[in-house]
Design a protein around this ligand. Structure first.
Ligand code: FAD
Ligand code: SF4
Length: 508
């Protein structure tokens, strides 16, 4: 009997487990462009365009290879309803798919299978190094989860940057201390731009469609140059390892006005759509290390992101869902300032990070964590509202990777299940890591009053508010040490000014 093979928009891999034993004579691939999916979050236009274009390119490759396929363009139905209709109309009882990245979809597919009495063959996603079961085994019995130990295990298990005895290459597991430099005072100098791709006919058609159908959605399509198929993704990878990897590590945390990409790889969207496999990314990095005699610190720093963080947050997502989406450790309830959606704020750091996000659908990790994320935490914004923004606005945003990063890492919404303390910083950190403060109306060192930097005010306010709690734990005790140097009167003025800032967030 015929089997229907469901491929989701982020499963664009010809080697996908779902296609493994495909019978060209009997089976059929099913793909849906669902309007519902694009509207369920208020997505950036470039994110919608990237998904649609990459899906259409992938469907075209499947057709060229002779796969029978039903591809529904612009379906008004949800993925599940479209699937249900297809299965019922053709009386198909066997459904094959790969485990979806998103928890919600997995539940929905399983429910549909029960409802329609389907034979469901949901296969493990071999894209990742660590299966869900392996992660669950690693996590068993632990109360706190730390990237570092998981990452070391991954290095050893997959024999990456370790010697024959399992010791780390270069004698240490972690080169973070070499990888936190700001750009030189004069600026970042010449950076080899990432490779980008002019839209082809398929992408142009998608862009024209999205700009009409999603005209009211945030973000711009003008700068759309993302890799939309495997060849382009491979080209982007090769370019990165040849020209940009050398400075990735050193300037991983550095920020500078109008420097949207720094030395970052810009590979997340290709990885998340599965146009690239993390194994081939890591081997390209290791080959380049040897070929160009790159520093181990940059190579390790990069591999940590892919083999460590990316696998770790995926594991945590499945371990903690659906609770992860609801957690609100600090019980924050404020609404997201409206300028997160249009970049219209006087805060130079936020304006630059949000401005480039609206233009490209991209910001690098430190901008996401220490600029927009830090502010949202200090401004006591409801975590789910912040998560909705991140999921909507970045071209690489898929819930399994967005949610743990936003709720878990940036907002401490789960009370530190996998981070030892909240990632909070004052304007002094942003001043050290960027040139943003030079052109800002506010002064990073001023804690209250008209010229006070809102990040700084809210940072001290946060510490004052949570002082007792921070002092009770050895992990956070040091964070409040500097409060001792601020007089009681000044602390009162900080709290007072913070109240004003918090009630006028939209006016900053
Ligand atoms: P690089 O800095 O070049 O890193 C290389 C690769 O490592 C990335 O392509 C990515 O695949 C992986 N990686 C790096 N950091 C992380 C991380 N913390 N978690 C998982 N993978 C990582 N990443 C997403 O892919 N999608 C998201 O929706 C997303 N949302 C985020 C939200 C917040 C609040 C924060 C703090 C981080 C988020 N990240 C997300 C992680 C990270 O910021 C992006 O992966 C990275 O900025 C993508 O740019 P790049 O490809 O140039 O990455
Ligand atoms: Fe951002 Fe404050 Fe610096 Fe302005 S002064 S750029 S608000 S950190």
């Amino acid at each position: 009997p015929k089997r229907l093979i469901l491929l989701l928009g982020d499963q664009l891999d010809l080697k996908s487990a779902a296609l493994k034993d495909f019978d060209l004579q009997a089976d059929e691939v099913f793909m849906v462009e669902s309007l519902d999916e694009a509207q369920y979050v208020w997505s950036h236009q470039a994110k919608i365009a990237l998904f649609l274009s990459a899906m259409r390119h992938f469907a075209q490759s499947l057709k060229t290879l002779g796969y029978p396929i039903t591809y529904l363009k612009n379906s008004p139905l949800s993925i599940i309803d479209a699937l249900k209709e297809k299965l019922q109309q053709e009386k198909i009882t066997q459904l094959v798919c790969m485990e979806p990245g998103e928890w919600r979809l997995k539940q929905q597919i399983e429910k549909l299978a029960v409802e329609l009495k389907l034979q469901l063959d949901m296969r493990e996603d071999k894209h990742f190094f660590c299966s869900r079961q392996e992660f669950t085994n690693w996590a068993a019995g632990k109360k706190e989860f730390r990237l570092e130990y998981f990452y070391r295990l991954m290095r050893k298990t997959h024999n990456i940057l370790v010697d024959v005895d399992g010791n780390p290459e270069g004698g240490q597991w972690n080169f973070d201390q070499d990888n936190r430099k700001p750009f030189p005072k004069k600026g970042p100098g010449i950076i080899d731009d990432p490779v980008f791709f002019e839209p082809d006919a398929i992408t142009q058609e998608v862009i024209a469609y999205v700009s009409k159908a999603y005209a009211k959605h945030p973000g711009s399509l003008e700068a759309f140059r993302w890799p939309v198929n495997r060849d382009q993704a491979l080209e982007a990878l090769n370019y990165f390892v040849e020209y940009r990897l050398r400075n990735f590590g050193t300037y991983q945390d550095a920020m500078w006005t109008d420097t949207p990409y720094g030395w970052h790889s810009i590979l997340s969207s290709s990885l998340n759509l599965k146009l690239l496999n993390p194994r081939e990314v890591i081997s390209a990095v290791i080959d380049a290390w040897k070929k160009y005699s790159l520093d181990l610190s940059t190579v390790e720093g990069f591999i940590r992101q892919i083999l460590g963080w990316r696998e770790f947050v995926r594991g945590m997502y499945y371990l903690d869902m659906p609770k992860m989406a609801q957690d609100n450790y600090y019980e924050h309830q404020r609404t997201l300032p409206k300028w997160y959606w249009d970049g219209k704020t006087n805060m130079a750091c936020m304006k630059d990070a949000i401005g480039q996000t609206l233009k490209y659908g991209y910001a690098h990790h430190i901008q996401r964590l220490m600029v927009t994320g830090n502010f949202a935490l200090l401004a006591e914004v409801l975590p789910s509202a912040v998560c909705d923004w991140y999921l909507a606005i970045y071209v690489d945003a898929i819930e399994w990777v967005e949610l743990p990063n936003t709720a878990g890492m940036a907002l401490f919404a789960n009370g530190g299940r996998f981070t030892s303390k909240p990632y909070i910083a004052s304007g002094a950190y942003i001043k050290r890591m960027s040139n943003y403060c030079d052109s800002c109306k506010y002064k990073p060192e001023v804690r209250f009053g008209e010229t006070a930097c809102p990040v700084t005010t809210l940072y001290w306010n946060f510490l004052i508010k949570h002082r007792t709690q921070f002092e009770a734990s050895p992990r956070t005790r040091l964070m409040t040490a500097n409060l001792k140097r601020i007089s009681d009167a000044d602390q009162q003025s900080i709290v007072q000014h913070a109240q004003h800032v918090l009630t006028h967030l939209n006016d900053l």
